[in-house]
Design a binder for this molecule. Structure first.
Ligand SMILES: Cc1cc2nc3c(=O)[nH]c(=O)nc-3n(C[C@H](O)[C@H](O)[C@H](O)COP(=O)(O)O)c2cc1C
Length: 171
């Protein structure tokens, strides 16, 4: 799929077919994340990939909005260093936004849908994922083939109008 097609086709997908994603495709999605740009190229992230159904079910309890993780084919946990300073946290999360989008676009290119979720219960997340105490699980990116309509370019996305959003030269 062309990049612009992938951009237009990505949407939040939270219901998945009961069908595994080949490891090679998962690696392509992870590689897209690994290649993402980051502040000073610090790459303050690690990825934990979960495909085990019991693990996914437990992971789906980390936040009330994470239930769809239970039925995903795979979920990638984005693990970052714990940071006290708001400025550092903001910088890490900006970078993670780019990681997430890169993964989502690579996924769409492979016909794989994605949806991300926040993580509230860090104790449970650490219990399931086993990352060190000085790191936190920032977000989960759930992946799976869409159970509903397949991924295809969305002609009229639910977005504010271009003219309303874009300002040329000045406000
Ligand atoms: C940072 C962030 C947080 C989000 N949190 C929620 C949420 O709490 N509940 C929800 O239903 N959707 C949430 N979404 C999904 C957005 O509502 C969704 O991306 C948006 O409506 C655009 O739809 P699309 O992703 O299908 O293009 C969130 C998206 C982002 C980027």
């Amino acid at each position: 799929m062309e990049t612009l097609n992938a951009l237009q086709s990505r949407r939040n997908v939270r219901t998945y077919q009961d069908r595994p994603i080949p490891n090679q495709d998962l690696e392509t999605i992870l590689e897209a994340g690994r290649r993402s740009p980051s502040s000073r190229n610090e790459q303050r992230w690690d990825f934990i990939v979960c495909t085990d159904r019991n693990q996914l079910t437990r992971l789906s309890e980390v936040w009330r909005g994470a239930s769809f993780v239970a039925t995903s084919a795979a979920t990638i946990a984005l693990i970052i260093p714990a940071a006290d300073e708001a400025r550092v946290r903001e910088s890490i999360h900006y970078d993670l936004g780019q990681v997430t989008m890169a993964m989502m676009l690579a996924a769409v290119d492979l016909g794989v849908g994605s949806g991300h979720t926040a993580v509230a219960d860090q104790v449970l997340a650490r219990d399931v994922l086993g990352h060190p105490e000085n790191m936190v699980c920032a977000w989960l990116v759930a992946l799976g083939y869409p159970a509903g309509r397949p991924l295809a370019p969305i002609k009229t996305p639910n977005r504010r109008d271009f003219e309303q959003v874009v300002h040329w030269d000045s406000w």
